[in-house]
Design a protein around this ligand. Structure first.
Ligand code: DX5
Ligand code: ZN
Length: 217
């Protein structure tokens, strides 16, 4: 299981240190939540934050775009040094075209589905994505509670991977702690995003280890 701490819950005045802390603690990726105040009722940051942190970490930077018209921002995130760019299925009429644009930029492409979005809607694009992110909360804020009804979607994706031989990663995001991570891992999740569980602690390193230990067989 890969752990991707979300910097949404980090201390923005000490972002460099907060990234070093999780990197030292065994984090696998850094998750960047970009929100535009339209697709979700909250505002965060754009590709400038990726550009700023890129020189300070060797870890893959995983960008989750919660923005309308994600097509307009892909080039910027790619040039800033993103390794993964994931777009929300609900955010554009032209999902396939936007995913192609990400791949053309030599960045790995992810598709994200909200809790109310059926997983069947992404079945026809599984061959072109590198990752499917199942939102386990409604996007927009850190610190919300895990929605258990989303777990069936993880199971279905895992089944499709086995049946059809696709090699995309299954990622989950929202409400992840040392008990919900187990539920997701058992269903087939391979990358877990965690924000508040890691950063709202005096010892983020210990929290990452707790997450990893929770899913050790
Ligand atoms: C929510 C974001 C998440 C958020 C998760 O819209 O996509 O990445 O940071 O936060 P926690 O882990 O606190 O639910
Ligand atoms: Zn996210």
């Amino acid at each position: 299981m890969k752990i991707a701490p979300s910097i949404l819950s980090a201390d923005f005045a000490n972002l460099k240190e907060d990234i070093e802390k999780v990197e030292d603690g065994g984090a696998d990726w850094i998750h960047v939540d970009s929100m535009d105040g339209h697709f979700v009722p909250n505002l965060t940051f754009g590709s400038n934050i990726v550009k700023a942190i890129r020189p300070h970490t060797e870890l893959p930077i995983d960008c989750h775009l919660m923005v309308e018209n994600p097509e307009d921002y892909i080039k910027g995130f790619a040039e800033a040094g993103a390794d993964y760019i994931s777009i929300q299925y609900e955010s554009t009429k032209h999902v396939h075209r936007a995913l192609q644009l990400i791949k053309k930029s030599d960045v790995k492409a992810g598709i994200v589905i909200n809790p109310a979005t059926p997983v069947s809607l992404v079945e026809d694009i599984l061959s072109i994505v590198d990752m499917v992110l199942v939102m386990t909360v409604n996007p927009g804020f850190g610190g919300q509670s895990f929605i258990p009804e989303t777990v069936n979607k993880i199971r279905q994706l895992d089944q499709w991977k086995k049946d059809k031989g696709h090699d995309f990663l299954i990622q989950v995001d929202g409400g992840i702690n040392d008990s919900t991570i187990k539920v997701c891992a058992d269903a087939g999740a391979e990358v877990c995003v965690a924000g508040s569980y890691i950063y709202n602690s005096k010892d983020p390193k210990a929290r990452i280890q707790k997450l990893k230990n929770a899913v050790k067989n």
